[in-house]
Design a protein around this ligand. Sequence first.
Ligand code: NDP
Length: 457
Amino acid sequence: MSEPYDLVVIGAGSGGVRAARMAASYGARVAVVEEFRVGGTCVIRGCVPKKLYVYASRFSETFDVAQSFGWQVDAKFDWPTLVANKEKEISRLEQAYIAGLEKPGVEIIHDTAAVTGPNSVRLLDSGREMDARIILIATGAHPSIPSIPGAELAITSNEAFDLPALPHSILIEGGGYVAVEFATIFAGLGVDTTIIYRGECLLRGFDDDIRKGLEAGLQDRGIKLIHQTTIRALSRDGDNISASFSDGVVAPYGAVMFATGRVANVGNLGLETAGVELSPSGAIAVDAYSRTSCPSIYAVGDVTGRVQLTPVAIREGWYFAETVFNNNPLAVDHSQIPTAVFSDPELGVIGLTETEAATHGDIDVYLARFRPMINTLSTKTERTILKLIVGADGGKVLGVHILGPSAAEMIQLVAVAMGMGATKADFDRTMALHPTAAEELVTFKGPSYTYRQGAKV
Ligand code: NDP
C-alpha cells in the first residue's frame, strides 16, 4: 500500500540532506532514500576525507621548512593510521547528518529508488511503492572513466582514500581539481607522482598566472607533469600497471588514477517515466528554481551539472525548500562563487580571470609575487601570487586570484566584499594587517598593467 509524502528526496548528500531538513522544518512529511552512506560524496569520499589527507600530506613540507627554524625532525608516516582515523571522522559526521535529518522528523530509508511517474517512487530492494507530492533528485555524480583497454586496472578518487597500501608511484590522468589535489596528497606522502594531462597547462579555465605558478609549485615538490598526452591503454605488468601513452611511450606505475571529470548519476532513475529531460551533458536540466521539465520533480546538486561544488548544492537544496515548502521563491545566484583547489601550493579564486575580464571592457590588473614569509629562512624560492582585476571604469573589483598558503581562507572573505560590489577604493580604504600575505590586496598602488579595448598596455 502506498503512503503519501509531501517530499521524497532521492540521495542523502549535501543538497538532498539540506533540502529534506529544511522542508521538514516547514512541516512537510519528508522521506530521504539513500543507497549508500548518509553524507554523500562530500562527507564520505570527497571534500572531507580529501581535506584530511591534504593536511596529512602537508606535514612533509612543514618538516622540511621546520629545519630552517632550527627544528630537527625525524618523522615517519603510517598510511593505515590515516585511513582508520579518517574513517572514524567520516563516521562521526555521518551520524551527525543522520541526527540532523531525524531531529525535524525526516524518515531515512536505506534502499535504491527509481521514479515511476511524476508523483511515484519505487524502492528497488524492498519493492515498496511511495506516493510523493514532490520528488527531489539529489543523486550527485560519479567519476567519469575514459573507455580505453585496461581502464578497470585504474582507480578513481572513490578508491584512493582506502587503498590497502600507498603505491610506490602513481600516474594521475586529468588536469582539474581532483588530479591536482590528489597529486599533491600522494606526493606529500612520499609517492613518486606524475600527472598526465591532455592540455597545455593544468586547470583550464583558471587565471593563466595562477596556472603557471601552480605548475611550478607542483614541480618544485617533485611532481612530474606530462602535457598534451593521454593514456591509450593500461595492462598488468607484475605488481605494476603498464601505461601506454598517446605519444608511444610505455611506462610502469604502482597505481594509475583517473581524475577525468564527473558525470551525473541519472542511470536507472526512471526519469523517462515522468518526462524529466536531460541537458546535452547528460545532467538533469532544471530552471532557476531547480524545477525539471516535470512540474512535480526538482533536482539539486551535481546531478544538475550546474556547478559541482558542495556549498552550491547546499544552497540549491535550501532554496528549493524555501520555494516549494515556505512559499518564498528563491533562485540561486551562480554568478559569483569562490572556489579553491586544496593543492600545494593552494589556490583560491573568485570572479573573472584576466583573459575573461579583458573581453568585457577596459581593466586594470594589480599583480604581486613574493616569497611567503614562512619560506624566507629556507632556500625555497616559491612565490605567492595575488592578482586583483579591476574595471577601469568605476574601479569595481571583477576578479581576485590567489596562489599560496591559506589562499582558500583568504578568498572566502574576499567573496564577502565582492558580493557587496566592492571597488578598488574600498580595498584601498581598508587598513592593512601586517605582516600577512593578504595585506597585499589592500596596499596595491598603481596597476601592474592595463587592458584597453582588449589589448594589453
Ligand atoms: P574537472 O572537470 O575539474 O577536470 C577534469 C579533467 O580531466 C580536465 O583537466 C579534463 O581536461 C580532463 N579530461 C576529461 N575527460 C578526459 C578524457 N577523456 N581524457 C583525458 N582527460 C580528460 O573534474 P575533476 O574530476 O577534477 O573534478 C570534478 C568536479 O568536482 C570539479 O569540476 C569540481 O567542481 C569538483 N571538485 C571540487 C573540489 C574543490 O572544490 N576543491 C575538489 C574536487 C572536485 P580539459 O581541461 O581538457 O577539459
